[in-house]
Design a protein around this ligand. Structure first.
Ligand SMILES: C[S@@+](CC[C@H](N)C(=O)[O-])C[C@H]1O[C@@H](n2cnc3c(N)ncnc32)[C@H](O)[C@@H]1O
Length: 243
């Protein structure tokens, strides 16, 4: 089945740009300040798959000098409109060397690999991103957990997509976003945690830590699955040391 990036059109881009950190999205971003301060030294960052710039603006709050990169011009146009002085660039897969080899302290990737099909394609992209890291640089890679597509969430419904239940790594899965006006199904690429481990190994990356944020009773949200099951998975990655 052919996979097309759901975010490569103006209507979707505009709808996405109105999202801030509602409901289940809150859990994606909630622990990032702690994760960043624990694992990252230095302030030179790339936001891979910056979209309309939400994740780049988030990083900037913590003093990072951020270059946002994406393959969707419609998303970048909005990022630029919302942050006129920001640095947002259109890229094509794996071609990032002009951004500065071995110069970056952090490469942040939030919800981007959910949209990237293929083992080879993913590996090549990760290797090219790894080449941008300085020796102590890290990648923070946040994506949907494999449970995302089999449960109900405050921000997403998946129950009409029973085919999600049988998905294997690299299959297309569907969700409907409930926080935006555009209720057309969004297509993602399913990837298990175990296969993320294989992928990182193939790309010469090592996992420093994995986080699976859960919703808390005390939070002002009507959590559905979020207290028992993590909707997101966050990997902190470093370059594998050559032996
Ligand atoms: C769901 S949006 C997330 C945007 C942003 N990181 C955030 O948290 O708001 C995913 C973005 O990844 C981008 N993307 C998909 N495939 C990509 C690729 N191969 N290289 C760079 N960006 C990609 C999409 O165009 C889209 O803007």
């Amino acid at each position: 089945m052919e996979f097309t990036n759901s975010w490569g059109n103006q209507f979707r881009a505009e709808s996405y740009s109105k999202l801030e950190f509602p409901n289940t999205y809150y859990l994606a971003y909630r622990d990032l300040p702690m994760i960043i301060s624990k694992h990252i030294t230095g302030k030179k960052a790339i936001d891979f798959g910056c979209g309309t710039g939400r994740s780049s603006r988030f990083l900037k709050q913590f003093g990072f000098e951020v270059t946002g990169i994406d393959i969707a011009q419609d998303m970048l146009n909005i990022a630029k409109k919302l942050d006129e002085k920001g640095n947002y660039q259109l890229v094509s897969n794996g071609k990032y060397s002009h951004l500065g080899m071995e110069q970056h302290d952090l490469i942040q990737s939030i919800f981007t690999f959910d949209n990237i099909p293929g083992w080879e394609n993913r590996t090549q992209i990760l290797v090219s991103l790894r080449d941008l890291l300085n020796p102590s640089g890290k990648i923070i890679c946040l994506d949907s957990s494999s449970e995302m597509y089999k449960n109900e969430w405050v921000s997403f419904t998946t129950k009409s997509f029973t085919e999600n239940w049988h998905a294997k790594t690299n299959d297309i899965v569907k969700t409907i976003m409930l926080d935006v006006d555009d209720r057309r199904p969004v297509e993602d690429i399913y990837w298990t945690e175990q296969d993320y481990h294989k992928l990182f190994d193939l790309a010469g990356l090592e996992i420093e830590e994995t986080y699976k944020p859960l919703g808390l009773e005390s939070e002002p949200y009507n959590w559905i699955s979020e207290k028992e099951t993590a909707p997101w998975i966050i990997f902190v990655l470093k370059k594998k040391v050559k032996k």
